[in-house]
Design a protein around this ligand. Structure first.
Ligand SMILES: C[S@@+](CC[C@H](N)C(=O)[O-])C[C@H]1O[C@@H](n2cnc3c(N)ncnc32)[C@H](O)[C@@H]1O
Length: 262
């Protein structure tokens, strides 16, 4: 069934509802969108976060999503052609200074090579009094499903080649330092856990291998076809405590951070 879909479609159809959409709703609540807000979703992917705030800024607001991944943007456009989707990198945002009143960045910051430059750019395009909200995964061991996948991958290819990039910015002290360095103030953080549900552990691993965002998928592509079945089986065994008659229920823990431009 997933063989007919491109990875970005798998991400949107099968990974977004159990993983990304619930956090997008939490981020939208933290952002407190208001009619007339000018919103930029950085590293928007297929657009879950921007879609979550869009009703709140209606009818006079502006909603723009930007990402480097053409395929993710294609899916975003197919779902909400009325929102403005742009291809580009956070390190060189094609917007005027102070163009936005609200910036969203859900599960993007850990992927940015130069995080200081990326946050500086976000601060530059935020107007004084504007706010930015970030969703960033806590440490990998607080997301046992993904922990199991990356532990098995490390056994297969070596821990240095099994880097779980999305989970490598879990220290809130480091995040606060980065935000302060970029000029943000009034930084607050809450850390919450939500449960993601999948049909089974096997199904979760298959979908994650096939539909994770590009960098993570490239890391998982080190799993050779000849060992894929046994790999999936070993991860499923690791997750047996979470896999019951109603399917797989895995906790995922995330920092929800809000910051302002003075
Ligand atoms: C895990 S996905 C999150 C997507 C979306 N925010 C969501 O919550 O579903 C990470 C996204 O970061 C994007 N990304 C990575 N580096 C980027 C950069 N330098 N500028 C913009 N987007 C970037 C990727 O293309 C990918 O879509």
């Amino acid at each position: 069934m997933i063989d007919d879909l491109i990875p970005a479609e798998i991400y949107e159809r099968y990974l977004t509802p159990p993983i990304y959409a619930p956090w997008a709703e939490a981020l939208a609540a933290l952002a407190e969108p208001k009619p007339g807000d000018r919103v930029l979703d950085v590293a928007c992917g297929t657009g879950a976060a921007l879609r979550a705030v869009a009703p709140g800024i209606h009818p006079s607001g502006v909603a723009v999503g930007i990402d480097t991944d053409t395929a993710m943007l294609g899916v975003a456009r197919a779902i909400r052609s009325d929102l403005d989707w742009r291809e580009g990198s956070v390190t060189d945002l094609p917007f005027e200074d102070e163009a936005f009143s609200l910036i969203l960045c859900q599960h993007g910051v850990p992927f940015f090579r130069d995080k200081a430059a990326a946050l500086f750019e976000m601060h530059r395009v935020l107007m004084p009094g504007g706010r930015a909200v970030f969703g960033i995964w806590d440490s990998l061991d607080t997301s046992p499903g993904h922990h199991a996948v990356f532990t098995e991958l490390g056994d297969l290819v070596g821990a240095d080649k099994a880097r779980p990039v999305a989970w490598l910015l879990s220290d809130t002290g480091e995040i606060h330092e980065l935000l302060l360095g970029a000029g943000f103030s009034e930084i607050t953080n809450s850390t919450e856990t939500k449960i993601s549900h999948f049909e089974s552990a096997r199904r979760f691993v298959e979908l994650f291998i096939a539909g994770a965002s590009t960098l993570t998928r490239e890391t998982l592509a080190q799993i050779d076809d000849s060992v894929r079945e046994s790999f999936i089986e070993r991860v499923a065994v690791r997750l047996s405590d979470y896999d019951g008659k109603d399917g797989l229920a895995i906790p995922m823990r995330c920092h929800l951070i809000r910051a302002e431009r003075a």
